[in-house]
Design a protein around this ligand. Sequence first.
Ligand code: PEP
Length: 251
Amino acid sequence: MRTKIVAGNWKMNKTPAEGAALIAAIRKELGEGACPVEVVVCPPFTGLDAATKALAGSTIKLGAQNMSAEAPGAFTGEISVGMLQELGVGYVILGHSERRTLFGETDAMVNRKTKAALAAGLTPIVCVGETLAEREANKTDKVVTTQVRESLAGLGNDLRKVVVAYEPVWAIGTGKTASSAQAQEVHALIRRVLAALSDGQTALSIRIQYGGSMKPENAKELMSQPDIDGGLIGGAALKADSFVAIVRGGC
Ligand code: PEP
């Protein structure tokens, strides 16, 4: 019913040439049309042009890791949605925990960016997730509920076009993965929050990815949970063999 979606977040890794080489290796390893999973690669801004060329003729989609909510103008160092579109970008990761903690992004900022992305026809991948301290203080449900409600407020019918990524901060880049039961529990909660924001049918149609040290060894089990519809992959997305093995876990 929901097409699984696996996206590679390359973070601040890969020059344009290195990115193009990684895409060529992913294409070779994956083959075309063999797996019904939607596959997205998200290089840094400087690698998008080379990535578009490397993806020509492929079903693999291109995403960015951030964007500005503003229209073009005096915003030094920022990138507008139109600039992304011209490079063939169809997806954008928003509100990643590194943006939230290192660059001060709030739910309100993520909400504005999400609206700008949707207005331009991009698919936002909106990240939410609790820190270790919040989990240990039994605040996971409250934190994630607030993030989902506020980051996705006021989207109307466009809510169905959003992809949500549940990424427990304590699992990102740490090698510690949430167990499939822990992840499923929060995914089910997110779907209930989405239903409250819209309706049950809409909530059932929205993809919710898991992210946080997903790897070939745990991808299949995580993605076979009823509310886990794919993965947002950091470290393991930087090598073709591990990324493609994760994609295959969702096939
Ligand atoms: C991420 O940063 O989105 C992520 C999930 O990273 P990793 O897979 O390395 O934990």
